[in-house]
Design a protein around this ligand. Structure first.
Ligand SMILES: *Cc1c(COP(=O)(O)O)cnc(C)c1O
Length: 381
C-alpha cells in the first residue's frame, strides 16, 4: 500500500463491469460473438437515422474547442417535459427540479457528498440491491448500513426501521431504494411505500427508477409534497444511450441546487447532451419498442419457469432474476455461469442467483436453450 493513501481504500475492490470475466480468461475461452446479457443495456443500438443525426450534430453544431453548456439548460428543460409526461403531471416540474449527471452513478456520488461526507451521515440499503450505492459510499468513507430482504425480496421493514432510528455516529442520512429493484426485478410494495413516506424530513429518500420505462410505475408525483424525496432515472437502459452516460435527478429545487454545487462544472460532454436531447425528441419512436421487449421478457420467464429446478421471479424490468430450488452451492452457480459464458451467453451471477438481461428474440432463444442445457447437467436436476 502506498504510504500516502487512505488505508480504508486498501480493502476496496474497484468496480468491475463484468465481474465474472477476468480479461485474460475471457479472451481465452469466450467465443467471438457474445450475447452480452449481464448489464441490462438495450439489446439494440439507436436507429441508423438517429446515429446519423448525432454524427451530423457533432460535425456541424458542436465546437470542439469550446466547453460544453455547463448548466445543461436545454437538456434539463427537455427532461422536465418528459418527466411530466411520464407521470401525467400537466403542470409539473421545470428545469429547476432537474439535475443531470454523467450517468446516475455521478448523481449518487453527488448525493453522498451533499448529505453524508465528513462524518455527517450513513446510508441505508436493503440487500440484494444495486451495488453502486455501497461502493461509492465506501470510496468516500461513508458507513453503509445494510438490512436484508425477506424470502420474497421485500425490504425487512422492521429491521430497516430499527436501523433508521438506532444508527448513531453518524446517523442515517439517506435511504436508497430501487423501483423496481435490481437484481430482483420487483417494484416497491404498498407497505414499503408507506414506510418510505413515514421517514422523517431529516433523512433523504432516494428512489432509483432506472427501469421506469419498463415498469411504468413512478413515484415522481410524490416529490411535489416531499422535499426529502429524490427520484433518479437514466438514459442508459430504455433510451439506449449507455455509451453516452446520462442520468438525472428529480427533486425539490433546493435539493437540486445543492447537487449542482457539488458536481464537476463540465460533467457532461457536448455530444452527450446532444445525444440525450435527440433521444428525447424521438422518444415516441425509441419507447415504441418497449412492449415487444416486455413480451420477450414474459415469454422467456414462462419458458424458464417450466423447469422444476428454477424459480423465476416476476419482473417489471428488462431483466429476469432466476434462483435455483434446493441447496445449490456457489460453486454450482459458478459452473453454470462458466458453461453459458463458454457457449457465448454472458449473464450476471449475483446474490445466490442469476440476473439475465432480456435481449433480442434470437439472443433470448439462445439463452433459453443454453440455460436449460446447463441445468440439465446438474446431478440433482
Ligand atoms: C443501470 C442502473 C443505473 C444507471 O446507471 P448510469 O450511471 O446512469 O448508467 C442506475 N441505477 C440502477 C439501479 C441501475 O440498474
Amino acid at each position: 500500500m502506498l504510504p500516502f493513501l487512505r488505508t480504508d481504500l486498501a480493502q476496496l475492490a474497484a468496480y468491475q463491469a463484468h465481474p465474472q470475466t477476468p480479461p485474460d480468461a475471457a479472451s481465452a475461452i469466450a467465443p467471438p460473438v457474445l450475447d452480452r446479457l449481464d448489464t441490462n443495456e438495450s439489446p439494440v443500438d439507436l436507429p441508423e437515422e438517429l446515429k446519423q443525426k448525432l454524427a451530423w450534430t457533432l460535425q456541424t453544431a458542436i465546437e470542439s474547442n469550446r466547453y460544453p453548456d455547463g448548466g445543461h439548460h436545454a437538456l434539463r428543460q427537455a427532461i422536465a417535459e418528459y418527466v411530466n409526461e411520464s407521470a401525467h403531471l400537466p403542470a409539473g416540474f421545470g428545469a429547476e427540479s432537474i439535475s443531470v449527471g454523467n450517468g446516475s452513478d455521478e448523481l449518487i456520488r453527488s448525493i453522498l457528498i451533499a448529505t453524508c461526507l465528513g462524518g455527517n451521515g450513513s446510508i441505508l440499503v436493503s440487500n440484494p440491491t444495486f451495488s453502486m450505492y455501497a461502493i461509492l459510499a465506501q470510496t468516500l468513507g461513508i458507513p453503509v448500513i445494510a438490512v436484508n430482504r425477506t424470502a420474497h425480496f421485500e425490504i425487512d421493514l422492521a429491521a430497516a426501521q430499527t436501523a433508521l432510528t438506532q444508527t448513531q455516529a453518524p446517523p442515517v442520512r439517506v435511504v436508497f431504494v430501487v423501483h423496481p429493484n435490481s437484481p430482483t426485478a420487483n417494484p416497491l410494495t404498498p407497505a414499503e411505500i408507506t414506510w418510505l413516506q413515514s421517514i422523517p424530513a431529516h433523512v433523504l429518500v432516494v428512489i432509483d427508477e432506472a427501469y421506469f420505462e419498463f415498469s411504468q410505475t413512478t413515484l415522481v408525483g410524490e416529490i411535489r409534497h416531499r422535499p426529502n424525496w429524490m427520484v433518479l432515472r437514466t438514459f442508459s437502459k430504455a433510451f439506449r444511450l449507455a455509451a453516452h452516460r446520462v442520468g438525472y435527478a428529480i427533486a425539490d429545487p433546493a435539493a437540486i441546487a445543492v447537487l449542482e454545487k457539488v458536481r464537476l462544472p463540465y460533467n457532461l460532454p457536448s455530444v452527450t447532451q446532444a445525444a440525450a436531447q435527440l433521444a428525447l425528441a424521438h422518444r415516441a419512436q425509441l419507447l415504441a419498442t418497449i412492449p415487444e421487449l416486455q413480451q420477450e421478457r414474459d415469454k422467456l420467464s414462462a419458458a424458464l419457469s417450466q423447469h422444476p429446478a428454477l424459480q423465476i421471479w416476476s419482473s417489471q424490468a428488462n431483466f429476469i432474476y432466476v434462483t435455483l430450488n434446493g441447496d445449490i452451492s456457489p460453486a454450482t452457480l459458478t459452473a453454470i455461469h462458466q458453461t453459458l459464458h463458454q457457449q457465448g451467453t454472458l449473464i450476471r451471477q449475483i446474490a445466490g442467483g442469476f440476473r439475465i438481461t432480456v435481449g433480442t428474440p434470437e439472443e433470448n432463444a439462445r439463452t433459453l436453450s443454453r440455460f436449460m442445457g446447463a441445468i440439465a447437467t446438474l446431478p440433482s436436476c
